[in-house]
Design a protein around this ligand. Structure first.
Ligand code: COI
Length: 358
C-alpha cells in the first residue's frame, strides 16, 4: 500500500541529536529520535496529533496510569527499502492489536486511519534516523496511557497517545538460553495476557531477574493452571521445529498475538513447511529432545525478529539445540521476511505500507 502525506503540525527540533548515534553499534532502545508524535483524548474524542521535539513532559504525580496501570503500547518497525522508500510493516495488524489491548484496559480505541496517519507522519519526520545496515530498522513505540490526575480508582477520562521512534539493531546478540518457568505466572486465561499492557512486562521482571541470576536470558512461560503447557517467552512468541513441522502454541487469552508469529505462520507454507498451532506441553518438548526429533527452537517478535534459541532448561536440566545454519527454517523464514519488507521480493499479503520519499 502506498500513501499520501499527512498534514499534522510539526515543530522541528532546533538541532538534531543524530550525530550522537553510532549506527554501527545500535543498542536496543538507547537512542530516541529527534521528534515524537502526541495526541490527547479529551471530551470523549481523540484530538489532532502534533509532532514536536522529543522532550520530557510535565505530569501530575496523581496521574492515574501511575497508580492503576492504564497503559498499553505497541512495538513496530520501519525500514528503508531497496528503492530508498520507507516501509512500515503491517500497520493494520498492529492497529487491530492495539485496539484490542485498549478495549481490554477500558481505554479509548484509536481509529485505524488516525493511527496509520500518525505512524506515517512521525516516521516521515524522522526518516533520517532509519538505519540502513542489514537487520537494522527504526523501532516504533506507540504508547497510550491515562493522564488524568486523580486518586480515586476509576477509568480515566484524559489519555495521551505518543509515538516514539528509535534506531534498532539486533535485540539479542547471541542465541538465547531459556528456562521453563514452573513457579511464577505471566498471565492466566481471562486475564490481560493477550493485551500489550505495561503491567504484563513489569510483572515479568522478577522471575526473569531470578532466571538471569541462574545464567538464563529469558523465562519460557507456562500456563497458569498446571504449568504443563508452554505459552510464550514474554518478549517473543516461541516456535519449534519437531519432526520437520513448525509447531507453536495456539493463541489463548493468555498469549500475545505476535505480528511476527502471524507473519511466519503465513510464510511457512511457501517454504514447504507444515504448521501446527496447538497446545504444546512441556513433556512433549522434553520427549522431543530425548528422541532427537526437535531440530530448532526460536523466538518470534517485532524486536526479537527471529531469535535462535540455544538452550531450553526443563525441570532443571539443560537441553541444547544445534546451531542454526542456512538450511534451517528459522534462517530461511527470516530471510524471506526481510526480503519482503525491503522490497526484494513480492509482498503477497500486502503487509508493507510504503511512503514514497522521492
Ligand atoms: C516488541 O517486540 O516490540 C516488544 O514489544 C517486546 C519488547 C521489546 C518489549
Amino acid at each position: 500500500m502506498t500513501t499520501t502525506t499527512t498534514s499534522f503540525s510539526v515543530k522541528r527540533i532546533a538541532k538534531s541529536r543524530i550525530s550522537e548515534v553510532d549506527f554501527n553499534n545500535l543498542e536496543f532502545g538507547k537512542h530516541i529520535s529527534d521528534h515524537m508524535l502526541m495526541a490527547d483524548y479529551v471530551n470523549n474524542k481523540w484530538q489532532e496529533p502534533v509532532i514536536v521535539p522529543f522532550e520530557d513532559i510535565p505530569m501530575s504525580p496523581a496521574m492515574l496510569s501511575l497508580h492503576y496501570g492504564q497503559s498499553v503500547f505497541e512495538g513496530m518497525k520501519a525500514f528503508k527499502n531497496k528503492d530508498g522508500n520507507i516501509c512500515i510493516f503491517r500497520p493494520q495488524k498492529h492497529s487491530e492489536r492495539l485496539n484490542k489491548s485498549l478495549a481490554r484496559m477500558c481505554m479509548p480505541e484509536i481509529p485505524e486511519e488516525l493511527f496509520i496517519q500518525s505512524l506515517h507522519a512521525i516516521v516521515e519526520a524522522d526518516q533520517a534516523w532509519i538505519p540502513t545496515a542489514e537487520g537494522a530498522s527504526l523501532y516504533l513505540r506507540p504508547v497510550v496511557f491515562a493522564f488524568e490526575p486523580r486518586l480515586g480508582v476509576k477509568i480515566a477520562d484524559h489519555f495521551k497517545f505518543f509515538i516514539l521512534t528509535s534506531p534498532a539493531g539486533n535485540y539479542f546478540s547471541k542465541p538465547t538460553r531459556l528456562k521453563v518457568e514452573e513457579t511464577f505466572v505471566r498471565a492466566a486465561e481471562g486475564g490481560t495476557g493477550y493485551a500489550k499492557c505495561a503491567g504484563n512486562y513489569g510483572g515479568a521482571f522478577y522471575p526473569t531477574q531470578l532466571a538471569r541470576q541462574e545464567g538464563f536470558d529469558q523465562v519460557l512461560w507456562t500456563d497458569a493452571k498446571e504449568h504443563k503447557y508452554i505459552d510464550e517467552a514474554g518478549v517473543m512468541n516461541i516456535m519449534f521445529v519437531i519432526d520437520g513441522k513448525l509447531i507453536t502454541p495456539k493463541l489463548t487469552s493468555a498469549l500475545l498475538d505476535g505480528v511476527t508469529r502471524d507473519s511466519i505462520i503465513k510464510l511457512a507454507p511457501s517454504l514447504g513447511m507444515t504448521v501446527e498451532q496447538r497446545k504444546v506441553s512441556v513433556a512433549e518438548i522434553e520427549q522431543a529432545f530425548k528422541d532427537g526429533t526437535i531440530t530448532e527452537a526460536f523466538g518470534a517478535g517485532t524486536a526479537a525478529v527471529v531469535s535462535p534459541i540455544a538452550t531450553i532448561n526443563i525441570h532443571g536440566l539443560d537441553y541444547n539445540l544445534p546451531a542454526a545454519n542456512e538450511q534451517s527454517f528459522q534462517h530461511r523464514v527470516k530471510a524471506k521476511l526481510n526480503s519482503i519488507r525491503l522490497g526484494h521480493e513480492a509482498d503477497p499479503f500486502g503487509w508493507n505500507y510504503i511512503i514514497n520519499v522521492h
